[in-house]
Design a protein around this ligand. Structure first.
Ligand code: 6CS
Ligand code: FE
Length: 301
């Protein structure tokens, strides 16, 4: 008897946007095993909203040390044509540096920060490894290019990540307050999976806000207004340098509309459960390179 292995989270090889119920819990552990520094209220906030801002995870000295390291890395990489360096569109400004732990013992140590690992192991109820990491730097007045999306939609479709058993940590290396054009989020949107049409086959709707440069994995304006209506608001994850913003892998987020006159930087670390190793990408896609989606470097941290 042939069993149809239907993908519960189809995307891009579909001819209209779709909504699917999330099949997995947000918090995989039993509450009893919660780290002593994580309050029941913060756990509930993460489960319900899909994100949590934890202040003062790093000391001012640790932040200063990481900023110094980041400046050094940016200097070394300015002229580099390495695929690990992503540049601003139309300029040479470095936008992101992929896999910073591979180039810097300081960022390698950051990826093993006890609080990050304790949170990830608790929420994902297993040992974890780094699926991807990047050092994001936004120069003052730089316009970001990310329209609404779920990272899980990319990681499931392009990297073959089976289930929603991964989470991201944005370690703020500079203040990230309202005036810094912080990332926007739709609270609660992590509970619904949005399958997106491929704009190449079905042009993105005339929603002028849809940023050209990042077109894959964009929900339709109708679905976005539904999710925003359910949430009651669009919010942003703000915090001072040294804070960590934890995100569920499936929360809808985008970069702010307006640029900021302040530079801002964060280390973005994606922890995946060792029970959720990458399989084949969807739709016959070729696997992305190791520095975007770890298939070999999967030793538990
Ligand atoms: O392609 C990725 O994996 C990345 N893309 C976006 C738009 N967000 C996070 C993720 O690192
Ligand atoms: Fe993203």
């Amino acid at each position: 008897m042939l069993s149809l292995c239907r993908d519960p989270y189809p995307s891009r090889a579909i001819n209209e946007h779709l909504l699917a119920r999330r099949h997995e819990p947000v918090v995989w552990s039993e509450t009893g095993a919660r780290p002593e520094w994580l309050s029941a209220e913060d756990e509930t906030k993460f489960a319900e909203q899909g994100f949590l801002v934890l202040p003062n995870v790093l000391t001012a000295d640790e932040v200063a040390e990481l900023n110094k390291e980041m400046t050094q890395l940016r200097k070394e990489l300015t002229a580099s044509d390495s695929p690990l360096v992503l540049r601003e569109q139309g300029s040479d400004d470095i936008l992101s540096f992929l896999d910073p732990p591979s180039a810097s013992p300081l960022f390698e140590r950051l990826a093993r920060h006890p609080k990050l690992l304790e949170f990830a192991r608790y929420i994902l109820a297993s040992e974890v490894y780094l699926h991807q990491s990047r050092l994001n730097y936004r120069a003052a007045n730089a316009q970001e290019e990310f329209y609404w999306h779920s990272d899980f939609e990319t990681w499931h479709t392009e990297d073959g990540m089976p289930t929603m058993r991964a989470l991201s940590c944005s370690v703020l290396l500079t203040d990230n307050l309202a005036e810094h054009a912080p990332k926007l989020l739709i609270p609660g949107s992590h509970k619904t999976y949005v399958g997106c049409v491929d704009p190449a086959t079905c042009p993105v709707t005339d929603d002028e806000a849809a940023h050209e440069s990042h077109t894959m994995g964009q929900p339709s304006p109708e679905i976005l207004s539904l999710l925003t209506h359910q949430a009651g608001e669009v919010t942003s994850a703000t915090g001072l340098a040294g804070s960590v913003v934890f995100f569920d892998c499936n929360i809808q987020h985008r970069s702010a509309d307006e640029a900021s006159k302040h530079p801002r930087a964060n280390a973005f670390l994606v922890y995946n459960s060792v029970e959720n190793m990458l399989g084949a990408p969807a739709n016959g896609l070729k696997p992305r390179p190791e520095h975007l989606a770890h298939r070999e470097q999967t030793t538990p941290l």
